[in-house]
Design a protein around this ligand. Structure first.
Ligand SMILES: Nc1ncnc2c1ncn2[C@@H]1O[C@H](COP(=O)(O)OP(=O)(O)OP(=O)(O)O)[C@@H](O)[C@H]1O
Length: 257
């Protein structure tokens, strides 16, 4: 069953038609890719799913529930988390605090509770601290808990970004070019990490990636965008040899890893 469904989604930036009539599904429990040349509209899809933009037309549903019209915060509550093309950690905060702050997306108490520091508030704080440590331990980052996030090696910063996204307990995790800027050894570890996250958290993963090694290695289904239109969909083997995909990439410098 498709956890995420886009139906006839279109989006325009001024005179630019960034997406035209895009319909696609992301199956629950799978790792699915969205690929395409630069400027094809991939990040725009993520920005529409997460409520950064509202599509001019179309429907975006998570487990059958409409997301269009909800604020980004509500969409996080519904179970969608993401990471960004360029790492967006709070680099001057500790590794632990990066994960702690993400929990506040799910916590509901007002300033009154915070000022009064009620017992319920302290219990919640303690629970968040314990869960944050637990999450760091699961991602193998606990020994860095009190270090500045910005001081971690690049691969670990990506790992922390994914850990932080998982703090909101998503059903769907969107990864925007997770392998960008990684060396081959880091890419290898990232591929293992993505599969491990899918299996151990039971989360569905939808990723944008230019590195074909990642896409072909861990994704069962690949959707291909070109100039805002879906031009192909299929398994790695089907997409690799699809004439429209070859045409879209040829001469545009498809980055093979
Ligand atoms: N906020 C914006 N305002 C105007 N145009 C935009 C905006 N965001 C994206 N675009 C344009 O929309 C098109 C699709 O952009 P998008 O970032 O979704 O592509 P992409 O496939 O993610 O590209 P890349 O692989 O380079 O990240 C591009 O032509 C881009 O210049």
């Amino acid at each position: 069953m498709a956890l995420l469904e886009l139906e006839h989604v279109s989006h325009r930036f001024g005179g630019l038609q960034a997406l035209s009539n895009v319909s696609l599904g992301v199956e629950e429990g799978e790792v699915t890719a969205l690929i395409g040349p630069n400027g094809a509209g991939k990040t725009t899809v993520f920005n529409l799913v997460t409520g950064v933009y509202r599509p001019a037309e179309g429907s975006i549903r998570l487990a059958g529930q409409e997301l269009v019209g909800l604020s980004p915060a509500r969409i996080v509550e519904r179970g969608v988390a993401r990471t960004f093309q360029s790492i967006r950690l709070f680099k001057d905060l500790t590794v632990l605090d990066n994960v702690r702050v993400a929990h506040f997306a799910r916590v509901r108490y007002g300033i009154g509770a915070w000022l009064g520091r009620s017992a319920a508030f302290r219990d919640e704080e303690d629970a968040i601290l314990a869960t944050s440590f637990d999450l760091l331990a699961r991602f193998g980052l606990e020994r860095h808990a009190f270090e500045r996030a910005g001081s971690l090696p690049y691969g670990d910063q990506r790992r922390l970004e994914i850990a932080r996204a998982m703090a909101t307990q998503p059903r769907l995790l969107l990864l925007d070019e997770p392998a960008a800027g990684m060396n081959p050894a880091e890419v290898e570890r990232l591929m293992q990490l993505i599969l491990w996250v899918r299996d151990s958290f039971g989360v569905t993963i939808f990723l944008i990636e230019h590195q074909m090694r990642v896409v072909m290695g861990i994704c069962r289904v690949i959707h291909v965008l070109d100039f805002g239109r879906l031009i192909a969909r299929g398994s790695p083997d089907e997409v690799r040899s699809h004439p429209r995909v070859l045409e879209a990439y040829l001469g545009k410098g498809a980055r093979e890893a």
